[in-house]
Design a protein around this ligand. Structure first.
Ligand SMILES: C[S@@+](CC[C@H](N)C(=O)[O-])C[C@H]1O[C@@H](n2cnc3c(N)ncnc32)[C@H](O)[C@@H]1O
Length: 192
């Protein structure tokens, strides 16, 4: 199966969006509730309906960028949050974004949606999009990686291989405050 733009556009037009949690998830809310710097520049790649962006924007973080190559979720987002700056809606392939200077990149069911062959490229792209000391924060699944997906699983040991050679600090821990259906199958990551 080719997980290209057409594949994801079809998922959106057919309403096959079972990953959608309908609101920002607790681990991400909890993390950003502790961040005082509301000027922080934040990117959410593979954002879908971008519930985290709504939460952040309404919490005072105005420098939030969202990226998805499917048009439908970004159009819906723009209608829901008309005040959100249009220049911060990036309808693009994450891997083609220009190098960035983000303080944070938020991971929420984007990595697991990618072809697993792209995992090293994802880690490198994230690194190139963060400013020095910037952080990748969010969630990765913790269940065996098989041919079946998306979502594709993985383990802490596997994920360490992608990030440890590129980043100074790699924290990957079982997530204690996952949403109920994902409890026990998520890892919280904080990588800088
Ligand atoms: C499983 S969904 C997750 C959406 C959202 N993060 C959430 O948790 O609700 C994955 C999203 O990534 C987008 N996507 C996949 N590959 C992409 C790429 N290379 N660049 C940008 N968006 C991509 C898809 O269009 C889809 O909306």
């Amino acid at each position: 199966m080719k997980l290209d733009k057409n594949y994801w556009e079809s998922r959106w037009t057919e309403g096959q969006t079972g990953w959608d949690t309908r609101s920002a998830t607790e681990p991400i809310k909890h993390y950003f509730d502790q961040i005082a710097d509301k000027q922080a520049k934040i990117l959410i790649p593979g954002c879908g309906n971008a519930h985290e962006a709504i939460y952040l924007f309404e919490s005072g973080f105005k420098n939030v960028y969202i990226c998805d190559w499917a048009e439908q979720p970004l159009e819906t987002f723009s209608e829901r949050i008309p005040d959100f700056p249009k220049a911060q809606l990036l309808c693009a392939d994450f891997f083609n974004l220009e190098t960035g200077d983000f303080d944070f990149i938020v991971e929420q069911t984007f990595f697991c949606a990618l072809d697993p062959k792209l995992r090293s490229a994802y880690a490198q792209k994230v690194k190139s999009m963060l400013k020095k000391g910037g952080k990748l924060v969010g969630l990765l699944f913790n269940f065996p990686l098989t041919e079946a997906g998306p979502p594709f699983g993985g383990s802490k040991e596997e994920y360490l291989q992608y990030f440890e050679s590129l980043f100074e600090s790699v924290r990957i821990e079982p997530c204690y405050n996952s949403i109920k259906p994902r409890l026990g199958s998520e890892l919280f990551i904080l990588i800088s």
